[in-house]
Design a protein. Structure first.
Length: 139
């Protein structure tokens, strides 16, 4: 019985699950919004929120703790230079899950998970078809 067991297995080994959540965390930090299944979004929230809380205070110990979880220098710099100072006055609740519908192949419920206070920047160049250059945090 799974009484009082926390976390989802996703029918994967523990190492595969750990790396999947690590990759999804890095993708969320790069893009500030990703589309995934609802169950993975809920599990990802449990991983991302403590990492952002650690990034509010830029100490060597916090940097090493976050790096041990992410193993990515670019994501580390995004956390401690952009997201940490941005969320310093927010006491948690850094992510938002928006239900999107169902996936046609297997009927899985889909969702967007995003960082709160994100805005889209309009791009003047015609290089991309959607017209948006990137995503930045609202001041």
């Amino acid at each position: 019985m799974r009484h009082r067991k926390i976390g989802r297995k996703f029918n994967r080994t523990s190492s595969h699950r750990k790396l999947m959540l690590r990759n999804m965390t890095v993708s969320l930090l790069y893009h500030t919004i990703i589309k995934t299944t609802l169950a993975k979004a809920k599990e990802l929230r449990r991983v991302v929120e403590p990492i952002i809380t650690l990034s509010k205070f830029d100490t060597l110990a916090n940097r090493r703790l976050v790096f041990s979880k992410l193993r990515n220098n670019r994501a580390l710099n995004i956390l401690f230079h952009q997201l940490g100072p941005h969320f310093v006055n927010r006491p948690g609740g850094y992510t938002r899950i928006l239900k999107y519908g169902i996936r046609t192949g297997d009927n899985a419920p889909m969702a967007y998970i995003e960082l709160v206070d994100r805005v889209l920047l309009k791009d003047n160049s015609e290089s991309k078809s959607n017209g948006f250059r990137g995503i930045s945090m609202k001041k």
